[in-house]
Design a protein around this ligand. Structure first.
Ligand SMILES: NC(=O)c1ccc[n+]([C@@H]2O[C@H](COP(=O)([O-])OP(=O)(O)OC[C@H]3O[C@@H](n4cnc5c(N)ncnc54)[C@H](O)[C@@H]3O)[C@@H](O)[C@H]2O)c1
Length: 261
């Protein structure tokens, strides 16, 4: 039986765990071949199991997306195994927070290097190959509800995610004549490895017991709970598939009702 992404090649960054891994599983289930990228030299444990089970349709490439030279190398590896990607799930990012007056240049540089520079140049270099080879592809950038409004402790991360939304819109307009679609997903709070760090940082600055911030943010979601990584997968499949063929330049909230825009 044909899947909704049958035989397409999807490139997924930051997919060693969390949301990226859940979306990789969903893309494979829909018939795609996947190149998964993360910074670790070898595939993390959960992904390693999947690699064994799906060896014919899945490969892992280690790369640091903040290094444009490494992006070219990873794209060459992706192309040589499965051809130019039809789908980019542009997902790798890092989180940090601090009171505005205490946040330093190193935090600013690290967040913008991964979440904006890395995100942009992965997208640009994939788009260049799609255009060159006439691939009518789909790009999905990972934004965040943090990109929809500021937060006192989270200024830099919020700004990086607002940049993702803006680059999504500009790239969609630039690529529309090539019939390449560019959209973003804006998750709310999703229970992934990133949240261990987020919870610990809020605990420090808001003087909360560990685990309390996670409880609070889950309770504040209109649907009443944090999402799971798999809750992003449906939107990620939809935006990659032909079912969304007339949708571009959009940022889709997948957040249990938290943001209405
Ligand atoms: N979890 C949430 O609540 C939430 C909410 C909104 C948006 N998001 C966004 O969703 C995406 C996935 O988040 P997640 O929660 O699964 O996070 P995660 O930390 O579990 O996954 C992010 C992955 O990116 C990788 N990565 C970091 N820097 C890299 C680099 N320089 N090069 C290559 N890979 C790198 C990490 O190794 C990690 O595997 C991110 O863009 C995040 O900002 C998450």
């Amino acid at each position: 039986m044909n899947g909704r992404l049958q035989d397409r090649h999807a490139l997924l960054t930051g997919a060693g765990g969390g949301i990226g891994l859940a979306v990789t599983e969903a893309y494979l289930a829909q018939g795609a071949r996947c190149t998964v990228v993360d910074i670790a030299p070898a595939a993390p444990a959960a992904l390693a199991q999947l690699l064994k089970a799906q060896a014919a349709r899945l490969q892992y490439v280690s790369a640091d997306i903040t290094q444009p030279g490494q992006i070219e190398t990873l794209l060459d590896a992706a192309d040589s195994r499965f051809g130019v990607p039809d789908v980019l799930f542009n997902n790798a990012a890092v989180f940090d927070l601090a009171p505005l007056l205490d946040s330093d240049e190193a935090m600013y540089d690290r967040l913008f290097a991964v979440n904006v520079k890395g995100m942009f140049f992965v997208m640009q270099k994939v788009l260049a190959r799609m255009v060159k080879h006439g691939v009518h592809g789909a790009v999905i950038n990972m934004a965040s509800q943090a990109g929809r409004r500021g937060e006192a402790l989270v200024a830099h991360y919020c700004a990086t995610k607002a940049a993702v939304i803006s680059y999504t819109q500009s790239a969609a307009l630039a690529m529309a004549p090539h019939r390449i679609r560019v959209n973003a997903i804006s998750p709310g709070v999703i229970d992934t490895p990133m949240w261990q760090q987020v919870d610990a940082l809020f605990a420090r600055y808001e003087k909360l017991p560990l685990g309390e911030k996670k409880k609070q943010v889950g309770a504040a979601v209109p649907m009443g709970y944090m999402g799971a990584p798999a809750d992003i997968a449906g939107a990620a499949v939809f935006l990659a598939s032909d079912e969304s063929s007339y949708i571009t330049a959009q940022t889709l909230n997948v957040d249990g009702g938290s943001v209405m825009s």
